[in-house]
Design a protein around this ligand. Sequence first.
Ligand SMILES: Cc1ncc(CN)c(N)n1
Length: 231
Amino acid sequence: MSFTAELRDIHADLFEAFWAHPFFQGLLDGTATRDAVVHYVGQDVGYLQAFLRCYGLGQAMAPTPDWTAFFMDGARIMLEEEPDAHRALVEHFGVDYEACQESRLAPTAKAYANHMELAGHDTLGVLMAALLPCQWTYTWAALRAEREQAPGADHPFRAWFDFYTSEECQQLVVDYRRRTDALAAAAGTAERQRMAEAFADSLYYEVAFWQMAATGETWDRLPARVLGTED
Ligand SMILES: Cc1ncc(CN)c(N)n1
């Protein structure tokens, strides 16, 4: 079994938690609230900016022109295409995409961004393992949504699902996995272990990012779980 297939197996529970999270299910059935969606998109703009910086860190480690092209193309998709998917989410609520951008990353978004950027100061393999869940979870969940519930043409967030199920996004996941598998195969035990941990941490943060959106988490509005006021 390949390295990434093994990680997929080991962390099946986190993939399932990602799918079942009320925020994602709200996007799927169209009941997600305005506040949660606007907060999600406002935070995601900053998250994607951090991701683009990681592509820069990847470029700095690129061993071949092929790797350089991979990071350049990933950055192009994120800069030119992904914002349109997010724009569709907030425009459903009559909110301007540019206006909903938040100036400060919430605790969860910041922790995730810091985690990825730290991975970008380790090896190329650790960086790739940290970046993979971002591509993989969204495309996996959007494809599953299409299979199981087929959001119709009149679905309010149709464009968002269309982006993540696109051939381009699917190919990106295939390429990410192929490259991560090749790096893992060439890595020693210690590096492979750091790769596995970087992947698991990012996957955890993917689920936590939904929770951040659902609870409206910011530094001023920490969830009850953090404040110790939870029942
Ligand atoms: C937090 C997060 N993770 C993943 C994606 C999909 N690229 C995203 N836009 N934001």
